[in-house]
Ligand binder design. Structure first.
Ligand SMILES: [Zn+2]
Length: 149
């Protein structure tokens, strides 16, 4: 691995204040989303202004952590160097159970802590119920997904 291929390069930047509460939530086992203080519109990914009423008064709330697979792909190289040895692996889009307009892109794993290539894409179906799990990768806790039922 060269100096330019450090896995650090592909992890979230925890110094970015706009998304820091999301990553802090992951670290304590909460999948958080932003909610507008003025109109209560829930949004993800984080943004400084409410797309509904243009308020900049934002707060963070914990979600249920449950959702359904809305779509998925099976990724193959070329990929970022840190991911190539793991390919192919599925990437899923999850719609949040309590708010299907909120979607997360992530990895489906066979069990908490399992590698991102631990589930074969051929076994995945649209609509499968999933729940979030968390994995500490270096100094960042990342959300992952496992089948809920
Ligand atoms: Zn609003």
């Amino acid at each position: 691995m060269s100096a330019t291929e450090s896995p650090d390069d592909i992890l979230p930047d925890l110094d970015e204040p706009g998304s820091l509460p999301f990553w802090q939530g992951c670290a304590v086992g909460e999948l958080r989303v932003q909610r507008c203080v003025d109109c209560e519109l829930v949004t993800h990914p984080p943004r400084p202004m409410c797309p509904g009423c243009r308020s900049i008064e934002r707060e963070w709330i914990a979600t249920s952590g449950f959702g359904k697979i809305w779509s998925f792909i099976n990724v193959h190289p070329p990929l970022l160097p840190a991911y190539s040895p793991l390919a192919p692996f599925p990437v899923i889009i999850v719609e949040l159970e309590e708010n299907p307009k909120i979607r997360f892109v992530g990895n489906l794993v066979a069990a908490p802590g399992a590698p991102i290539n631990s589930v074969a894409a051929a076994s995945i179906s649209i609509g499968q119920r999933v729940r979030v799990t968390f994995e500490l990768v270096q100094d960042v806790t990342l959300p992952r997904w496992v089948l809920a039922d």
